[in-house]
Each structure stands twice: as C-alpha cells, then as structure tokens.
Design a protein around this ligand. Structure first.
Ligand code: URA
Length: 247
C-alpha cells in the first residue's frame, strides 16, 4: 500500500467515524510471540516427560494390573511382591520369584539370598537405598520355593516387560537362569550367557538395553566355589557402569 492509498484508507475510516482499529502485531513482535509460545510448549513437554509422578502413577497402575492378573500363584501367596529401590535408578535388577521371607514382608530379596546380593552390589558401590531398583520376573512365591512353571512365567513376563519399559534403566542385571532365559527369550544356560554381550530389545518401544546376566545369589549360597566367578562378573559390571557413565 503506498502513502496515497494509506491516506485514502484512513479518510475512508474517518468518514465512518471509526477512530480505532485492531492492528496485527508488528512482525518483530509476532516472531517474539511465536518464540515465547515454542519455549512455553517445550517447558510443558519436558514437565510431562520427566515428571517423576508420572512414572510413579504408571507403576501404581502396573501394580493394580499385576494384582488383577490371572496367575494361580496369587491364590496361595501371602503378598504380591513388587519392587524395592528408587524408581529413577539407571540400574535395574531382576530375580526369579519371591521366597518365604519376601512373601511375608512383600518386598523382593529381603531373605538370606537378598542379604548376600546387597553385599555383592555394595562392593561395586550399588545399593538399593541409593542407585538400583529391584524386582522379580514372577510376583508371587511359588509353593515350597519351586521354580515358576511355564504358565506362571508366561502370565508374568508381559507385566515384567512393562515394568522394564516404565523404569527404562540404562542397564539390566538378570539374576540366574530362570529370569535370564525368560527375559532374553533364550534357551542357553547362565554359564554360557554370562560370558556374552546381551541386550534386552523391545522393538515396539525402540528400547535396547545392555544386559549382564549373573548367577543367582541363592545359587552362590549353595555353591560358594563360584564366588570367584561372581567377583569377576561384578568387576565387569563396575567397569561397564564407569565407561558408559551409567550412574
Ligand atoms: N529369590 C528371588 O529370585 N527373588 C527374591 O525376591 C528372593 C529370592
């Protein structure tokens, strides 16, 4: 619009007795306004993404889903044993199934094997009070501490996988044959698996988490001769954590 046109435009408005009008923001201000909106939106997104309450809520929902699931073990157990440790930990440990003491208290690894596990982890500066999260593949005690059977594992496995996807650790430590074979869909024994580089992969969620499989602490209690092997695995875990800045 040239000056002449602007003048006739104003005259036209004056003739209609209109003295004010709503003008759009000058371009520079408009850009600033858009920038502000982008910043505001990303702040909201960050809050949603990193809100710890969000994770807590998902875990609460998962507990309800577990309690409502169709596993026979539920009927003979005293408690559902879910987890212990900080849910924002970068290291997640998964055992097999609760034993007698865990069943009574409702927390994983509180018996003799759990005490040994805590000592082992503390030797490489890992503690459930500080920096690891722990759960089991199966959430109820199998009677007489037998191994969980195929049906029990197939009921609990999708829930455990959901558990992993909520915690999203940077490293998984699987304890013993049963948890390792189920979570890695492998038929290999722990003695073979522990020497390999393993990953837990969930393609739907684009998750690829490094895994270390180690002997179950209960096995170690029965076979103290394997302590040397365990010590070497713990050193590997420690080195992996340090070189990959996991904690
Ligand atoms: N053994 C497990 O695998 N889990 C527990 O919680 C206790 C013993």
């Amino acid at each position: 619009m040239n000056v002449k046109n602007i003048k006739s435009f104003i005259d036209f408005y004056k003739s209609l007795e209109i003295s004010t009008c709503i003008a759009p923001l000058p371009r520079s201000l408009e850009k600033q306004d858009q920038k502000q909106q982008v910043i505001q939106k990303s702040k909201i997104l960050k809050k949603v993404k990193f809100n710890p309450k969000n994770k807590e809520e998902k875990l609460k929902e998962l507990v309800e889903e577990i309690k409502a699931s169709n596993c026979d073990l539920k009927d003979v157990a005293t408690n559902t044993v879910f987890s212990d440790g900080h849910n924002d930990s970068k290291v997640m440990l998964i055992g097999e199934a609760p034993g007698a003491e865990e069943d009574l208290i409702g927390k994983p690894f509180v018996g003799q094997a759990g005490k040994l596990l805590d000592k082992m982890m503390e030797s490489i500066n890992l503690s459930r009070r500080k920096n690891f999260y722990i759960t089991n593949l199966v959430f109820w005690r199998p009677p007489g501490n037998r191994n969980p059977n195929k049906e029990e594992i197939s009921t609990c496995l999708p829930l455990t996988k959901k558990h992993i996807s909520i915690i999203k650790p940077k490293m998984l430590i699987l304890l013993g044959n049963v948890a390792s074979q189920a979570i890695l869909s492998s038929k290999e024994g722990i003695s073979v698996m522990r020497k390999k580089e393993n990953y837990y992969i969930d393609r739907d969620l684009s998750l690829k988490i490094p895994v270390k499989t180690i002997f179950h602490p209960a096995y170690l209690l029965r076979n103290p001769i394997e302590k040397k092997t365990m010590w070497s695995d713990l050193l590997d875990i420690d080195e992996f954590i340090l070189t990959n800045n996991i904690i």
